[in-house]
Design a protein around this ligand. Structure first.
Ligand SMILES: Cc1cc2nc3c(=O)[nH]c(=O)nc-3n(C[C@H](O)[C@H](O)[C@H](O)COP(=O)(O)O)c2cc1C
Length: 220
């Protein structure tokens, strides 16, 4: 396998929703999981675990809930798009088509990696603020991002998905996940149909980063 540079991997890590059913070798799964294990977490506690789902029946059950979540989400998203400029509509239509494909074939993904977290193992420093808390996620999604980047390096397609989180009880039951573990995301993984990862579209740094005070664009 030809090694890919880290910056190139980051710059081409896009959501790949069309996956071939070919199995992913055990040693490749081992490597991407190892990459996840290297992520930083608060206090180095590693309050996450993954369930790598390869069993056809369990994947199919997960896929049914994913489809239900996607149907509800995509219906709302399509309705919102009706008034958007044509270029945005076309781009979003492509994403929605790919999303439809993933939802229909979710259960056929060679592996679905479910990230779980234990809230009792986390020091959540913004828990008492009068807004939604985000700090806890930082000890889970660092590992998820490492896994996604490793997938990119291995030539595997993948997408971070969260629609199944709305069906946490059902997912817990399908995968026998004990209390108090919750679910943070599901990553379907497999070799891509077609080119897979590639060009991404993001805001420029000048719109995302400020220098010294809010609103002063960071520009080099
Ligand atoms: C927190 C989070 C949740 C996401 N949930 C889903 C999901 O449930 N289903 C899905 O198809 N994509 C999901 N995505 C993928 C995003 O839609 C995708 O990363 C974004 O549209 C950018 O697309 P690109 O990486 O292909 O450029 C999620 C991404 C993130 C970061």
């Amino acid at each position: 396998m030809e090694e890919i540079g880290l910056y190139e991997a980051m710059q081409t890590l896009r959501a790949v929703r069309r996956l071939r059913p070919d199995p992913v070798p055990e040693e490749v799964l081992q490597r991407i999981l190892e990459a996840a294990s290297w992520a930083p977490t608060g206090g180095n506690v590693q309050p996450w675990r993954v369930v790598v789902v390869r069993d056809g029946e369990r994947k199919q059950k997960l896929g049914e809930f994913y489809q239900a979540g996607w149907d509800a989400y995509s219906e709302g998203h399509r309705a919102q798009l009706a008034d958007a400029p044509e270029a945005i509509q076309a781009k979003q239509a492509r994403m929605l088509d790919a999303g439809d494909h993933l939802a229909t074939h979710f259960g056929e993904s060679p592996a679905v990696i479910i990230f779980c977290f234990n809230p009792k193992l986390m020091a959540i420093t913004d828990a008492k603020l009068d807004r939604i808390s985000v700090v806890g996620g930082a000890s889970i999604y660092t590992a998820v991002e490492n896994l996604l980047l490793a997938c990119r390096a291995e030539g595997l397609g993948c997408t971070l998905t969260t629609l199944l989180c709305g069906y946490e009880e059902e997912v817990r039951s399908i995968l026998e996940i004990p209390e108090p573990w919750g679910t943070a995301c599901a990553v379907p993984v497999g070799y891509p149909v077609g080119g897979g990862h590639g060009k991404i579209s993001r805001r420029p740094v000048s719109k995302l980063a400020f220098l010294d005070h809010w609103g002063n664009p960071f520009e080099s």
